[in-house]
Design a protein around this ligand. Structure first.
Ligand SMILES: NC(=O)CC[C@H](N)C(=O)O
Length: 362
């Protein structure tokens, strides 16, 4: 079935439909990873976004049971050059296209993804609509130009109910802003006793669980859209060790008085170099974000800049001057991508050990 992508700047890409036949509108973003499509599509941070993958052959190792980052993917759509119809991998349980259909995610293949990516790099992130070949282009371009970005994504992807993943070690409350399973896996593999709470849990509710530490997850959208989460963090910083990843890092920074803004086209891929300010060590990191903490805004807050992006100098990590709280813009859980930064989870466990409290819980 023929399908096309119409962009707000009037560009049109004609290709073949894959996955769901639903029409969809969203921000078109690109990811430069060569592998990891299953993790990317099931990462809630991509909620509503139309993701184009710059690697030209996607789906060649199929879909497997192990690599999901959430069971209810919320990505808006997938745009690729070639979608492999005959995957080959011992773990594969089906094709990418079948899985997209099952999860009602529309896709487009057979387009020049290099041209699309270059267009986004020049113009900045663009809104687009995936629709049937017959759709009227001018009217859709007008609609796209007036389209208002949704602001309720975190509430849609966060868990509605608290749940418990037991362990014998440190008790960690994971604030679920759209958490990837990779974060929970990393905490559990270090023995942590994990309580996952909805994004709008209050500081009182968190502290009632008597945690040794609080982990702030990744998540979709603009950090300014979740003021209730910022409010909760103000009540937690200084009370208990805190570690934030990506959206969690942005929310922690806002809670400490910094500001955030939107990047031209974001960082999405598995090869983003990040330098630790203190040591000069560079990690190659997995990234997926469209917003950034404003570097200048750190001045006058209690946050110290700990990590910077080697490519563009943007903020990649901060730590609190006085309290046990730190966060990074990139993904130490990888999934997909390099695991250079995985020791940050060990750093969090060490921080919790240092701040061990007198045990009061049963
Ligand atoms: N992966 C994330 O947590 C992304 C954070 C935020 N939604 C951004 O795009 O900047």
């Amino acid at each position: 079935m023929k399908r096309k992508l119409i962009l707000e700047n009037g560009a049109v890409f004609h290709g073949e439909g894959i996955g769901s036949e639903r029409e969809t509108v969203g921000e078109v973003v690109f990811n430069t990873g060569m592998t990891g499509y299953q993790e990317i599509l099931s990462d809630p941070s991509y909620c509503d976004q139309l993701v184009t993958l710059t690697y030209p052959l996607i789906g060649n190792y199929g879909i497997n049971r192990d690599d999901f980052e959430t069971m209810h993917p919320s990505a808006g759509g997938l745009i690729v050059k070639e979608a492999a119809s005959h995957p080959s991998n011992f773990r594969s349980i089906g094709t990418l296209s079948e899985w997209l259909r099952e999860k009602d995610i529309p896709g487009l293949c057979g387009i020049d993804t290099r041209r699309l990516t270059k267009m986004i790099r020049t113009a900045g992130t663009l809104r687009g609509r995936l629709c049937a070949e017959e759709a009227e282009e001018e009217e859709i371009v007008r609609e796209l130009q007036q389209w208002v970005d949704p602001r309720d994504q975190v509430s849609r992807v966060s868990t509605k109910n608290a749940y418990h993943a037991p362990g014998n070690g440190k008790r960690v409350v994971l604030m679920d802003y759209g958490a990837k399973h990779g974060i929970t896996r990393n905490l559990l593999s270090r023995g942590c006793d994990v309580f996952v709470l909805p994004y709008n849990a209050t500081a009182k509710e968190v502290l009632a669980l008597n945690p040794d530490g609080v982990m702030l997850s990744n998540g979709p959208g603009d950090p300014e859209d979740v003021p209730e989460a910022v409010e909760t963090l103000r009540g937690l910083i200084g009370e208990v060790p805190v570690f934030g990843i990506c959206l969690g890092h942005q929310l922690l920074s806002l809670a400490c008085g910094a500001t955030s803004s939107k990047l031209k086209f974001g960082h999405r891929g598995g090869n983003h170099p990040v330098k630790q300010v203190k040591t000069g060590r560079v990690d190659i990191t997995s990234q997926n974000h469209g917003y950034t903490v404003d570097r200048d805004s750190l001045m006058g807050t209690d946050l110290i800049l700990t990590h910077v992006n080697v490519n563009d100098g943007t903020v990649e990590g901060v730590e609190h001057r006085e309290y046990p709280a730190f966060s990074v813009q990139y993904h130490p859980e990888a999934c997909p991508g390099p695991s250079d930064a995985n020791d940050l989870f060990d750093q969090f466990v060490r921080l919790m050990n240092r701040y061990e409290k007198v045990p009061t819980r049963m």
